[in-house]
Write a protein that binds this ligand. Structure first.
Ligand code: THU
Length: 143
């Protein structure tokens, strides 16, 4: 992981607090693994999401994707920073990495654990190297 001091993001403290606070609202009765995510939109607004599980397990949606849904539903399609709060400070799953990439480039990501001390910094490109994104869809163009 890179060093946290590499990137300065305004509202980082607020973003961390939002991710921690929303985590308590996670609906995770099956895994008991609560995840809270806060994303900062290019418009300066903070959007949050929690993981929402289902008795049909495969229908579970991660916190990161729900936060992105809140942002896009508000009319913002650019993410400038992400904070993920979990019990142990883990990284976003592969599916969420790909979804984050849709709405940002090398997004700075902070991973927060419950102990309030463990804060790891990374970036989306570090988590998803050699990625596939919209720039590779040129061959699909009908123009
Ligand atoms: N989960 C997330 O919300 N985000 C991730 O990036 C990893 C996994 C959730 C899905 C499920 O509700 C629980 O954590 C255990 O996998």
């Amino acid at each position: 992981m890179s060093d946290q001091s590499e990137v300065y993001i305004p509202l980082l403290d607020e973003l961390i607090e939002a991710a921690r606070a929303v985590r308590a609202k996670a609906y995770a009765p099956y895994s008991n693994f609560q995840v809270g995510t806060a994303v900062l939109g290019a418009n300066g607004q903070i959007y949050t999401g929690v993981n929402i599980e289902n008795a049909s397990f495969g229908l579970t949606v991660c916190a990161e994707r729900n936060a992105i849904g809140a942002m896009v539903g508000d009319g913002e399609t650019k993410v400038t920073a992400v904070v993920v709060a979990t019990s142990n400070g883990v990284t976003p799953c592969g599916a969420c990495r790909q979804v984050l990439l849709e709405f940002g480039d090398d997004i700075p990501i902070w991973l927060i654990a419950e102990d309030e001390e463990t804060v790891r910094f990374t970036t989306l490109h570090a988590l998803l190297p050699d990625h596939f994104d919209q720039s590779q869809l040129g061959a699909m163009s009908n123009e």
